[in-house]
Design a binder for this molecule. Structure first.
Ligand SMILES: Nc1ncnc2c1ncn2[C@@H]1O[C@H](COP(=O)(O)OP(=O)(O)OP(=O)(O)O)[C@@H](O)[C@H]1O
Ligand SMILES: [Mg+2]
Length: 626
């Protein structure tokens, strides 16, 4: 129905107007009908009564023979508003008297005349004729003789006037009634539609922006059930907003935990696809967050890691229990970086207690694994060192005998020139063996008390140990020692520092060759205290270090020499220097156009008379560093 309005307000108004108009029209028709019948009935009664009355007056006048009274009575009757025409006729129907005007002007019509036969006795006859005209007629008898008839014709206009009055009254009533009820309905419908429109607006605002606080709370504009409804709606919105705020707080907490947890976190659906991962996990896998979401494990991990992880996840989905601390080792797909992870897998349930996702917590234990490996190697090297020391010790006695025998042989007078040359060479080599054995022993022997050591001597002893390697690599070794460069220190530890520095420099120079400068001189601390002490400088023209390597060299286990380095050398050296209250400074650069590469280590060791503490445990790895 196109014409039927959509809004409740207009539906109520239009419906009411239609209903009222129809019912009032029906009422008016029925009332008109009844009124018409009633008016007709009353008109017949009236004309009968008026005809009676006129006949009675005419009889009276005729009995007293006063014909003028007859004319007067007709006249008075004719003046009544309900009478259209009052007449008196003779028995034949000739008009003798008429209310107003001349009798010959108002003769009986033939239709009226025919009614005369129907008038019997003293009863009046009422009949309709012509165009809905009503007339009453009664015989006038004096002393039993018929003298004529009294005729009263009803005033048609007077009757219809009454009906018109009634209809007018009904119309006014209907108009007032309709206007009043329309006003009432408009008020009621407004009381309904306004809060409804407000609720509608509020709902739309809530849908458009659930966070919005401008629209809410909605004003309670009516004080009825709709007002209660708006109040309840406001309550519902604020409770939703509170819940949302609580939820978003919880989400922020979870998000911050996800972002800042120091472990890798990842979540999988039943198809073992990533649904969420944190940044640490992305860093561990070296695959950006965005590339992981929606991917399967097989797509992102090598089989060695992917398969056990998939098995663990499937076990969690099947058994709905957790799988704790499985160790996974492999290399990252992107850079091939080796890693060892400790992974725990646990189920995540929905509110219906079904396992919907599985989460994994990944701890990177690569460092620990490498540390364990380094420790194993260090222990092996320490054992080898101890073995070397005991061999050196055992070699010492026969070596002394050989040296003595060679000395005797050298002084033997019967030797030929070439034999003397060979003996001299043998003596030289034996001396070298003695030196090496002694150095080896000295390195292993730990000093528990500080002694005054000559630093250039310590440097020489280390260079002596490295001589073979330095010669092979054609390293140009430059020694610059100033006098009085001795110091109270733990000799073995300082030797270890020097050995680490020279070892690193040799590694950096290898295999291209280059220069190694070792300088020892009395100096002052390079901070404000200016404490006197010794400055040791080890400089090389090796490969140098980029800044990211340079920044990490003192970290334990940091090494760029994958197979050959433990990454402990500088870490231990720094510990020793700190223990001696010294300082270390490094300058290094990699080769660039116009600038050769190289590294310079400056060590400052203060003159410290109160140095009496025991050597640190880390120095137990001393033989391993050489
Ligand atoms: N003189 C140098 N020139 C270039 N790089 C150096 C030099 N000295 C140290 N480094 C860098 O610092 C890293 C750490 O040195 P550190 O002595 O602690 O361990 P390492 O030499 O790798 O192993 P280790 O000494 O335990 O056998 C080295 O791997 C190397 O990359
Ligand atoms: Mg080293």
């Amino acid at each position: 129905m196109r014409w039927w309005p959509r809004s409740i307000r207009w539906q109520m108004l239009l419906g009411l107007v239609l209903l009222e108009t129809l019912s009032i029209a029906l009422f008016a028709v029925l009332l008109f009908r009844f009124q018409q019948l009633d008016v007709r009935r009353r008109a017949t009664d009236r004309v009968a009564h008026q005809a009676n009355s006129l006949a009675a007056q005419a009889q009276e006048a005729l009995q007293q023979d006063r014909l003028d009274w007859v004319g007067l009575s007709v006249h008075i009757m004719g003046e009544a508003p309900s009478v259209a025409c009052a007449r008196i006729t003779d028995p034949a129907g000739k008009v003798l008297y008429v209310g107003k005007g001349e009798p010959y002007l108002f003769p009986l019509e033939p239709e009226e005349k025919t009614q005369i036969q129907k008038v019997h006795g003293p009863d009046p006859l009422v009949f309709a004729f012509g165009n809905d005209r009503w007339e009453g007629v009664r015989a006038i008898t004096v002393n039993g003789n018929l003298r004529g008839y009294a005729w009263i014709e009803s005033n048609k206009n007077w009757d219809s006037e009454q009906i018109a009055d009634m209809l007018r009254g009904i119309s006014i009533f209907a108009g007032v009634w309709i206007i009043a009820s329309v006003l009432l309905v408009a008020l009621i419908s407004r009381a309904i539609s306004r809060p409804l429109a407000l609720l509608h607006k509020g709902t739309r605002a809530l849908m458009a922006n659930p966070e919005s606080s401008d629209t809410f709370p909605l004003p309670v504009i009516v004080n009825n059930e709709f007002g209660d409804l708006i109040g309840a709606f406001n309550g519902m919105v604020s409770s939703i907003q509170e819940q949302r705020a609580g939820l978003s707080d919880t989400l922020s907490i979870l998000d911050s935990m996800l972002a800042n947890a120091p472990v890798g976190l990842a979540f999988f659906d039943r198809h073992l696809r990533f649904v969420r991962v944190n940044q640490v996990f992305a860093n561990l896998t070296e695959i950006p967050l965005s590339r992981q979401l929606g991917r399967s494990i097989a797509e992102l991990f090598p089989r060695s890691v992917g398969e056990p992880l998939e098995q663990a996840l499937e076990a969690v989905f099947d058994t709905e229990g957790s799988v704790r601390e499985i160790e996974l080792s492999g290399t990252t797909i992107e850079t091939g970086h080796p890693f060892t992870w400790l992974v725990s897998v646990y189920p995540i349930r929905t509110t219906t207690q079904q396992v919907r996702w599985a989460g994994i917590i990944v701890r990177d234990v690569s460092e620990r694994a490498r540390a364990e490996e380094a420790l194993r190697r260090t222990e092996k090297l320490a054992a080898t060192g101890r073995l070397a020391a005991s061999i050196a010790h055992e070699i010492n006695n026969p070596l002394e005998a050989i040296t003595n025998l060679l000395f005797l042989l050298h002084n033997f007078s019967g030797l030929t020139e070439p034999a003397l040359h060979y003996v001299t060479m043998a003596e030289h080599e034996a001396r070298r063996i003695t030196e090496i054995a002694q150095q080896t022993l000295r390195f292993y022997r730990q000093s528990t008390q500080p002694i005054r050591a000559d630093i250039p001597d310590l440097v020489d002893s280390v260079l002596e140990l490295y001589r073979g390697r330095l010669t092979t690599l054609a390293v140009d070794v430059q020694r610059r020692y100033r006098p009085h460069a001795d110091l109270l220190c733990f000799e073995g530890e300082i030797r270890q520092v020097i050995a680490n520095l020279i070892g690193n420099a040799t590694d950096a120079i290898s295999p291209t060759g280059g220069r190694l400068l070792v300088r020892v001189r009395p100096s002052r601390r390079w901070d404000a205290s200016a404490t006197p002490g010794i400055r040791l400088t080890v400089a090389d023209t090796g490969c140098g270090m980029p800044p990211d390597v340079r920044n990490r060299i003192f970290e334990a286990f940091f090494t760029t020499k994958d197979a050959t380095g433990t990454g402990l050398g500088l870490w231990v050296s720094q510990e020793i220097i700190v223990k001696h209250q010294g300082l270390v400074r490094v300058r290094s650069r990699v080769a660039s156009p116009g600038h050769p590469s190289g590294t310079v280590f400056h060590i400052f060791l203060p003159e410290n008379e109160s140095l009496s503490i025991l050597p640190i445990d880390a120095t137990s790895a001393a033989p391993a560093q050489i």
